[in-house]
Write a protein of this length. Structure first.
Lengths: 114, 152, 152, 114
């Protein structure tokens, strides 16, 4: 039940493609990866959620934390390939209002809020 | 200590208070809900998330107190609903009454704080949600109705 | 009545003694086994079948006696193995000693009888299998080791 | 968690395509369907197990019962599209020695025991 996080690059954006369920058991792993990228100077992040069928409030907290950290370094954190369930979670928590959903091929171009 | 399994018609699951078991709890809830043909996939998902939130809080409370006891999750299937109760054994002094009016999730500046989504999410995802303080901890009851209700 | 959940490190599941719950038991075993990274898919399947057989026998025994009590399934995860115990509350007077030498499955004419596969299957699918008579019923213990053993 | 059984015909053979898990909860349904077919004169049956990922001893018992009933009426019961797990169960119980595995397109031609 581990999360896998694959790192790739799209222009100046670093893409973290996540596979698995993001909950209290797995979120430390995602948080560490986000922190490591930002600390390493990759402040423009896209979290690719195409492989994530489950996220709970702990996971949402990691996205919020990453967003704040990225912005504090002059960067941003965006999400991509958000499924119906995750969209519902974003909508219910208001996270969708602050987190831009982008196309993996062009993270610069926000498609609107999640 | 009320970890006894009462001989009711329901399912009872007891797990160590560790995050690794969250996925198992969700699997049990999904399997139990699947026994109720009136519950659609979307409602099963709502319940899965709500139970995961309640169990996460229970695990946190156990960790804060260093409690080695287990957390119990009881699922009762009735014709028209599924009822899940998460009971922990962490007497933290948590008073659910203090949470009666949580800040709405869309309050400006709300996202400055990374936590605090759990209980509001349970409230919107379940058709009914009750938190009770017990002598030995907290019980969170979550109910989802099989037929469509006011809560879509 | 020993349906108490002892505060051990394991998972305990209690279900009504009804066939509808078999799929849930299998889901729990699979989810518990998945927590043990050393257990491959094939061994998880072996365990799932073995536990399903033991639970089926327990449900039958409860039905024969009209017992309303629940069946408990305990899963203990250790580093090198997973151990599952199915306990029923049907004191049928069943003596597992009588089964010490079951007719091998390939005995000629064996298939004239549609039943009697459960215990032999548990024996071959699990690495260890023990049946104990309790005051209130029967306990079947099934162990599967994480690393490959003599039993492939 | 219901079983679905779809009935079709291949020459003189009646095919029962089963979807789901065959255990104590679902096997009465399969047994009834087999009995109904044989009672209705369809004594040559193929149980298509392509949609079955799980069978336990109760399910195997139903196949044995069906086999005996079909043969007693001058017919036969064969199986088709047996996956690895089911093949293992057939092998362990010896059921594979008496139950012929056939191709759905040509149930007459047994491919050998399961
Ligand atoms: N089972 C529990 N036992 C003790 N305290 C709890 C329990 N559930 C919730 N709480 C308290 O309520 C607070 C709010 O919970 P929640 O809305 O889930 O957000 P979060 O867990 O992120 O803080 C928790 O921080 C905790 O102090
Ligand atoms: N938990 C149990 N309680 C009482 N009797 C049992 C139990 N498990 C097995 N038995 C007895 O052992 C017999 C053999 O079991 P098994 O090999 O599983 O085949 P089957 O259940 O098809 O008869 C059963 O018929 C039953 O009489």
């Amino acid at each position: 039940m581990l999360l896998t996080v694959r790192i790739s690059q799209s222009g100046s954006w670093t893409i973290l493609s996540v596979h698995g369920e993001i909950d209290m058991a797995t979120c430390p792993q995602l948080r560490q990866e986000i922190v490591a990228q930002i600390s390493g100077g990759n402040t423009h992040l896209v979290i690719d959620l195409g492989g994530v069928e489950f996220i709970d409030s702990t996971g949402l907290g990691v996205l919020i934390g990453g967003l704040k950290r990225a912005r504090s370094q002059g960067g941003d954190l965006r999400v991509s390939r958000v499924g119906d369930r995750l969209e519902k979670m974003f909508a219910l928590t208001g996270l969708g209002d602050v987190l831009a959903v982008v196309d993996l091929a062009d993270p610069e171009q926000a498609q609107g809020a999640a | 200590m009320t970890t006894d399994l009462k001989p009711t018609g329901g399912i009872t699951l007891a797990i160590p208070a560790q995050p690794e078991y969250l996925s198992l709890v969700r699997a049990v809830v999904a399997a139990a809900a699947a026994l109720d043909p009136g519950l659609g996939d979307a409602r099963i998902e709502d319940l899965r998330v709500a139970v995961s939130e309640a169990t996460t809080n229970a695990i946190e409370a156990h960790a804060n107190l260093g409690s080695e006891e287990r957390i119990t999750i009881r699922c009762d299937l009735a014709d028209d609903r599924i009822e899940v109760e998460v009971q922990d054994h962490a007497a933290t002094g948590f008073d659910p009454g203090d949470l009666e009016s949580p800040a709405p999730l869309d309050t400006p500046g709300r996202l400055d704080y990374e936590g605090g989504f759990g209980i509001p999410l349970m409230r919107v995802l379940a058709d009914e949600m009750k938190i009770r303080s017990l002598d030995h901890g907290t019980a969170v009851q979550l109910v989802v109705y099989a037929s469509p209700t006011a809560k879509d």
